[in-house]
Design a protein around this ligand. Structure first.
Ligand code: HSE
Length: 443
């Protein structure tokens, strides 16, 4: 057991989240000390520009522009990697492990892309790699899967994992604003990631989905193995059409496993969700995760998915866990057992093919407004064994085109993809059909 009166924290990055962690540890230092029996010493932070004014009162002599000096500092016990990116952050994290330091991170892209290497390295060096803040901001979903719900096998996990796109869809829905307008708004509020594709193309949510899928099923699913679509194609017309169908549109992450066939599926896409569903009522930057386990049944967690304070809350939770592990001694046996557990639960599972994934779909087509077009569209769908559920047509004023909004009965992803390709090549259809999925609650 450590004899130290306090453990020292080193930060890689001191942006919005880092400053939040600094602020709350300063505020709650005494309470945390009494909880842990040891103090948390905000020791040093590596930043890009030492002279930049920061909101938190961070002494200048605690700042360095040399991040390697943080991971090599023998005084530092725990490293908080809050710098983002996957190249330098990977190198620094691995160096920290080699130097016997546990690392706490909010870096979902890094965990998703290099999880195996990072976990192996942490285990090899007898330290912990903690990443609660990487998924769903302040919602303790990683703890829920690893600890609170450990008795369960998870047939279904779904949820809203990207706060920015949820904010944008909510603004479109509530205020009747166009996608381009809400994007400007989200940028002005500082919500959109520097690489906007992460939020707008579903990539950020897919990184988080991969992490949850690993925790639930022990297998890293690459983004290539998922259907990943963002919100760029969702228009106000779709949101209003969804409302007429009794639904809201949300960017939903889905992870499901059929334990009979061992088929695993993960994906991220906008979906029409009936308004009475709990997740349909989760708006703005909030996230939600619905977890169905064979023992606990359905559990739904809702909370702030992004932002300084919510993310800092998750980082501090991991710091506390890292401190407890250091105080009690990290057991190599426990780390090995964890690896064996994930390997065991992943054993024999396969990624479901598109011909095995079924669902209902919403399709919006711009078509020529003339006799026989609707019949031809129905014929193309029927040729792929797709049966229509609802049809809504509206003529575009002053043009000889119409907007056709269709919903289908259940069919496979593969059949629908083939039908969309065929429809796109039809002379009476202009542009790429907009395809959205319709949510059926499995829980
Ligand atoms: N860009 C992310 C989001 C930040 O909007 O959810 C939190 O991970």
């Amino acid at each position: 057991m450590s004899e130290k009166d306090s453990l020292k924290l080193g930060f890689l990055g001191m942006g919005v989240v880092g400053q939040g962690v600094w602020k709350h540890i300063l505020r709650h230092g005494e309470a945390l000390r009494s909880r842990l029996g040891v103090g948390l010493d905000l020791h040093r932070a590596a930043v890009r520009d030492v002279s930049r004014q920061r909101l938190q009162d961070i002494p200048v002599d605690a700042l360095t522009d040399n991040p390697v000096s943080i991971v090599n500092d023998p005084d530092i016990d725990i490293v908080c990697e809050l710098m983002g990116g996957t190249t330098e952050a990977l190198d620094l994290t691995l160096r920290a492990f080699r130097n016997g330091k546990s690392v706490v991170t909010a870096n979902k892209a890094l965990v998703c892309e290099h999880g195996t290497e990072l976990f192996d390295s942490a285990r090899e060096h007898g330290v912990h790699y903690l990443f609660e803040a990487s998924v769903a901001g302040g919602i303790p979903v990683i703890k829920a899967l690893r600890e609170g719900l450990v008795a369960n096998r998870f047939s279904h996990i779904f949820g809203i994992l990207n706060g920015t796109s949820n904010y944008m869809l909510t603004r479109m829905e509530r205020e009747g604003l166009a996608y381009e307008d809400v994007l400007v708004e989200a940028r002005n509020l500082g919500y959109v990631e520097a690489d906007e594709a992460l939020d707008l193309d579903g990539v950020d949510a897919a990184h988080k989905t991969a992490i949850l899928a690993y925790l639930a099923h022990g297998r890293w699913i690459s983004l290539d193995e998922m259907v990943v679509e963002g919100i760029r194609e969702v228009t106000l017309d779709d949101i209003q059409a969804a409302r007429r169908l009794g639904c809201k549109i949300k960017l939903l992450a889905i992870i499901s496993k059929n334990f009979q066939t061992n088929r695993l599926r993960a994906g991220v896409h906008p979906m029409l969700i009936p308004v009475e569903e709990v997740v349909a009522q989760v708006d703005d930057v909030y996230n939600a995760v619905s977890i169905t386990g064979d023992v606990a049944g359905n559990t739904i967690l809702i909370g702030r998915g992004a932002g300084q304070d919510a993310t800092a809350s998750a980082v501090i939770s991991d710091i506390v866990d890292a401190v407890s592990a250091i105080r009690n001694g990290v057991s190599q046996k426990v780390l090995e057992q964890e690896k064996a557990f994930y390997s065991r639960i992943s054993d024999g599972s396969f990624i479901a093919g598109l011909d095995e994934i079924e669902g209902r779909f919403y399709l919006r087509l711009s078509v020529e407004d003339k006799p026989g077009v609707l019949a031809r569209v129905a014929e193309v769908l029927a040729a792929s064994s797709i049966s229509l559920s609802t049809v809504e047509q509206s003529s575009n004023e002053g043009q000889d085109t119409a907007s056709l909004i269709l919903t289908t009965h259940t069919c496979t992803e593969k059949d629908m993809a083939g039908a969309v390709d065929q429809l796109q090549s039809e002379p009476s259809v202009s542009g790429r059909p907009v395809l959205l999925r319709i949510f059926d609650n499995p829980a």
